[in-house]
Design a protein around this ligand. Structure first.
Ligand SMILES: [Ca+2]
Ligand SMILES: [Ca+2]
Ligand SMILES: [Ca+2]
Length: 276
């Protein structure tokens, strides 16, 4: 097990010299193994999605008490993560990494992009220039809402799903107005995995990862059904948290970080954002 090497690496240093730093000797880690069971697999992919959906704030193989430097922000611990989680080396522990771990587990790929010497172990040298960043084509994601009786169907669509393999969608709603009923992801379930978080009243997080990326063409992404509560008037607000909502861990970005309000009094209205 990895250990703190503090003090053991100072051979040759005069013992009287003050040491104003804490050192940890980083031994090798297995890329993508977040529960410390010596393999990267579906449990690790599931942990990543739970981490991305803010259901867990650390990984069993890297507990906070042993690795405080990985989680320096207790308010937003999911902004930081052990290097082993970032198997595509884009500085995010997210849905793309979960997708890659599932792909390797299913023997669709041999190695992770971050594992540049292809020995399954890290740390590795940074990827050569030009290998990490692949610019996404311009495309548009839209969200619409349809009212049917006392139910509201919020639909996420994208006009070009090419290379889409991970997403996190975050909806904000007034829990005194509506409740989340069900989620439909016909394209996602057979080909990947999904984690939802409705623990905090008024916020619904969906994190999903695909085994293989989607192809060219328009695609429905997710439909969330809300039910209106009894004795609630017309002023019902459901909105998208654009700062938290990401496609491919932000490689396909929403244009701004403002929160768009879905006005259910005019259900035909469609909100569109340019993404790039
Ligand atoms: Ca594991
Ligand atoms: Ca990553
Ligand atoms: Ca390696």
């Amino acid at each position: 097990m990895m250990s703190d090497g503090g003090g053991t690496a100072n051979g040759g240093v005069d013992a009287s010299t003050p040491q104003h730093y804490v050192t940890r000797i980083y031994i090798q880690f297995l890329w993508g193994d977040l529960n410390d069971n010596a393999q990267a697999g579906s449990v690790d992919a599931s942990l990543l999605l739970k981490f991305d959906a803010e259901l867990v704030d650390s990984f069993p193989g890297y507990p906070v008490e042993d690795y405080p430097e990985y989680y320096p922000d207790p308010i937003h611990p999911w902004l930081n993560f052990p290097t082993a989680a970032d198997v595509n080396n884009d500085d995010i522990a997210g849905t793309l990494d979960a997708s890659l771990i599932m792909q390797q587990y299913a023997l669709l790929i041999d190695d992770f992009p971050a594992d540049t010497d292809q020995d399954q172990w890290g740390p590795d040298e940074p990827l050569p220039a030009g290998k990490v960043s692949m610019r996404s084509v311009a495309r548009t994601m839209s969200v619409s809402v349809d009212a049917v009786g006392d139910s509201y169907y919020v639909n996420f669509k994208i006009d070009n799903a090419n290379q889409l393999s991970g997403l996190r969608l975050v909806l904000i709603y007034d829990p005194s107005h509506v409740s989340v009923d069900e989620l439909e992801t016909q394209w996602l379930v057979p080909n990947g995995m999904i984690v939802t978080n409705n623990l905090e009243p008024g916020r619904f997080i969906i994190a999903g990862a695909l085994m293989s990326p989607l192809g060219d063409g328009a695609s429905d992404l997710v439909q969330v059904k809300f039910n209106r509560k009894e004795n609630v008037g017309a002023s019902i607000l459901i909105s998208v948290d654009q700062e938290m909502t990401q496609i491919n861990d932000g490689q396909i970005q929403l244009a701004s970080n403002s929160i768009h309000v879905i006005d259910v009094s005019s259900p035909t209205e469609v909100r569109e954002w340019m993404v790039h």
